[in-house]
Design a protein around this ligand. Structure first.
Ligand code: PHE
Length: 444
């Protein structure tokens, strides 16, 4: 049997889990969804859902993962009462891979934008405009580069791979986002963007589309409902206090998303003040996905000579943030192959990685038909659904004493703590009802 890895310290885990959580979901997904769903109303709902739905669900995954010391399928096989839940574990493996298959495409765009200014400063104009075009060849090449990087890191294993990358690069990313959001405030049009970002139109708060998107975004951003956090939980040392680790990760993720919005939403309005078309005929901000890729490069152009190096650094850090997330997706099916099928980690990583790369290629070749469809299917539907299943499992099936014993390992007073009482009530009743409520609300 292959030995399972373990994070060397709580900082190692926080960095790795935050590295998984923080990624394109924060810097591309969250601002695009905010733009698409009416600005501040979306931000408000998102923040609330992150704490009342996502945090309890995150705790469920961490506890199940560390308790079973396994992947989602293995966990349901090992824990008493889990037999009926095993298919959900397999769904997690699949959805983790499907997320990777669209994520790698967007990450490929980030890599392309690292090269674009380089090509252009070398006078290679054709290559530069190819890097920011939407051509199939461009998407295929950069997506493939991203897969190879992901696979190389994951084949290295827990400590060497995941931790090392995450610990070094997250602080740098934070620094650049903060600096850019301060810079953007000095530009014309930013105040209007700030208003759109921070002053909610309360009449929109209960719109079904907004609620479904905000819930999907919360699950996506915290890497929930695919088994990523469950697997990462299985690598946490028994000494650690899970409830505290969970709250750190949630806070870090929400904070970075909020900051990213603070930089990107005003940047979109600055672009508008400079003549870019950002509204459609109905007066809504144009379709989210591409708007971020228009606003950010414009921001760098406005900086003059400093723009180019900063742009390279920014997109480099974004690509790395995407990598610390993509490795956590690929890790889910790989850990299954290693734990349950006793496969060699290196071979399993290449084979599984190649399989999902093929799906990415299919998406690239049928972009208009598949890209948004896969995103909606995974983030708005599958992730909340599996999140719901984890909550039901830990709330209603798993033995209360087993849960407590797991928590008490790093948190001796867990049994009598407020955390346990509140969390348990949420994960049993409130969170499942809210998830179901949003689903039903969106159907009627
Ligand atoms: N949370 C990651 C992000 O925000 C995406 C992710 C989803 C990672 C699911 C792992 C699993 O970019």
């Amino acid at each position: 049997m292959n030995k399972r890895g373990e994070f060397s310290s709580s900082i190692g885990f926080i960095m790795a889990a935050a590295g998984s959580a923080i990624g394109l979901g924060n810097i591309w997904g969250f601002p695009s969804q905010t733009a698409k769903n009416g600005g501040a109303a979306f931000v408000l709902v998102y923040l609330i859902l992150a704490f009342i739905i996502a945090y309890p669900a995150l705790m469920a995954e961490l506890i199940i993962g560390r308790h079973a010391n396994s992947n989602p399928v293995g966990a349901f096989q090992k824990i008493k009462g889990g037999k009926f839940f095993i298919p959900a574990g397999y769904l997690g493996l699949l959805v983790a891979g499907l997320i990777l298959s669209f994520y790698a495409i967007v990450a490929g765009w980030m890599i392309a934008y690292i090269f674009e200014p380089v090509f252009s400063s070398l006078g290679m104009e054709a290559l530069a405009s190819w890097s920011k075009s939407n051509e199939i060849s461009r998407n295929l090449i950069f997506t493939t580069i991203f897969y190879v990087l992901t696979i190389l890191i994951i084949s290295g294993g827990v400590q060497k791979g995941i931790e090392k990358w995450s610990t070094r690069l997250m602080p740098a990313l934070l620094l650049i986002i903060v600096s850019l959001s301060i810079y953007v405030m000095t530009l014309d049009g930013a105040t209007e963007g700030l208003r759109a970002y921070l002053l909610p139109d309360f009449t929109r708060v209960f719109e079904p589309a907004l609620l479904v998107s905000a819930m999907g975004q919360a699950f996506f951003s915290l890497s929930l409902g695919v088994g990523t956090m469950l697997v990462y939980g299985s690598y946490i040392s028994p000494k650690e206090n899970l409830s505290r680790l969970g709250i750190y990760v949630t806070l870090a993720d929400v904070f970075i998303a909020f900051l990213a919005g603070l930089m990107i939403i005003p940047a979109i309005y600055v672009a508008a003040a400079n003549g870019a078309e950002i509204f459609d005929e109905a007066g809504n901000l144009i379709e989210g996905g591409t708007i971020v890729f228009q606003a950010i490069p414009q921001l760098f152009t406005s900086m003059g000579i400093m723009g180019m190096p900063l742009s390279i650094i920014f997109f480099l850090l974004m690509s790395i943030a995407a990598l610390t997330s993509s490795i956590s997706m690929l890790e889910v099916p790989v850990s299954f192959a290693v734990d349950n099928l006793d496969k060699n980690r290196n071979i399993a990583t290449w084979v599984i990685g190649a399989g999902f790369w093929l799906i990415s290629v299919i998406i690239i070749l049928n972009f208009d038909r598949l890209f948004d469809f896969i995103i909606d299917f995974t983030t708005k539907f599958s992730q909340p659904l599996l999140g719901l299943i984890f909550c039901i499992f830990i709330g209603w099936v798993m033995n209360r004493n087993e849960i407590l014993k797991e928590l008490e390992k790093g948190f001796p007073d867990a049994r009598y703590s407020m955390f346990f009482k509140i969390w348990r009530f949420f994960v049993k009743v409130i969170t499942p009802l809210l998830i179901l409520g949003v689903f039903i609300h969106s159907l009627v």
